[in-house]
Design a protein around this ligand. Sequence first.
Ligand code: GLU
Length: 511
Amino acid sequence: MQNIRLRFAPSPTGPLHIGGLRTALYNYLIAKNKKGKFILRIEDTDQSRFNKNAESHINESLKWCNIIPDESPENPGEYGPYRQSERADIYRKYVDKLIDTGHAYYAFDDKEELESQRKKSEKEGKTFIYNWENRHDFKNSIHLGSDEREKLIKQNNYVIRFKSYFKEKEEDFIIINDEIRGKIKVDLKLLDDKIIFKKDGMPTYHLANVVDDHLMKISHVIRGEEWLPSLALHFLLYDSFKWEKPLFAHLPLILKPSGKGKLSKRDGEKFGVPVYPIKWEENKNIKYIGFKEIGFEKEAFINFICMIGWNPGSTEEVFNTNELIDIFDIDRIIKSGAKYDFDKAKWFNSEHIKKIDSNILISENESDILKIFRDEIDQKRIPEIINLVRERVEFKKNILEESKAILKYDQTQFKENIKKLKFSKKECQIISHFSEKIVEKNKEDIKELFFKSLKESEIKVGDGMKRLRLCLTGNLSGADLFTIIKILNIGALKERISISLNTINDQNRNN
Ligand code: GLU
């Protein structure tokens, strides 16, 4: 079988957003699933859009996500350089080949000329395209005499265009294939003669991309839907070079949280959601935080990103990256756009927190919890606290706060709440009895005992539980009460009940 090599080929024009990251992830998952290589290539041929901080943002984002390229500018393999700006000589050689074989030609038209043509067409309600129909009307090497052609070439003031269609061609149509969308028939007569080499001596994206994919032995090209309109040109380029084509798959768009239109960088601010994996600082005033800084687990983030546009074919949703490598396949990538739902991202995070090794969460929180509840709990209860709290938080950083919220006795809250919940004499007695009876040894059975006494006094379980909770925590709702009772020590339980019952007594006396 052919070697499996997939690449992520971002242009360093700005920060890497979640759409780009998803492209990188799918390439990585397929490469690893097929025991192949994942390559990072930086496509920096467009100097006008170059952003000097973009490449490091791409690298840092991939690093945080553990999407580590086997070959990259930082870790070159045998097909380098991996930055297109360092490959200019290579492209020159290949564009010359296309000229020699008649697939490309020099064009010397100046901008103004083309602009006026464009305007003329616009006025007539047409779209201007430079192609087989009109290329003979322009200033290019196809019909200029050789002397003039040589003179203009020497002046170095030209671009090179690809001859998409010419009358002598056998076929007017080609069939291009996309692994997600299937076969697409393209009318060659409608294509324009794209510029493949610019005045500045650099190739445009199309030529550089195809040449590099060939030279780097790329087996699958997986990229965003926005490149689908370029696929026909890329097929033609491969054919002109007589090169074997890789497989192509164009990923569906990630849609705005509203579901209307493509997710853009600006949507982050508009919808108050992150759009970058890690933070991006444009300057002192423009800073964006990413999923990392918000506190996402990287595995949860990867899981979330993977599920935008792909499903495993079952109802299961929570996977770590190794599991995704095992089950990922191109066939289940969806065709239509998929909505970006930040609540779902948080849900994935909470699900991943449930799977983290308890010992990690214990060691991260133990000393802080003990500092706060030193007199009220034993150290051996920490695992129970963690198990209770991890089920309830969206982010790991909330574990301490949530532990405090669950375990503390809030007297102010208590005073507020007893205005809403009256205690009968019988209810006070039962709670007082509970407090007298409880010892460390019978904590496992105390629930039964409490329920029994409620039944004997004909108090509903719900009413009794609510009052016991109020006396122990000050709140009317919260985490499982008998787990809280197990965690708190006897001293704390008795003291809280006594303070609560005294307050109720005082109030009753005053009324
Ligand atoms: N440089 C292109 C981009 O940033 C890559 C497209 C491709 O993967 O072919 O989207």
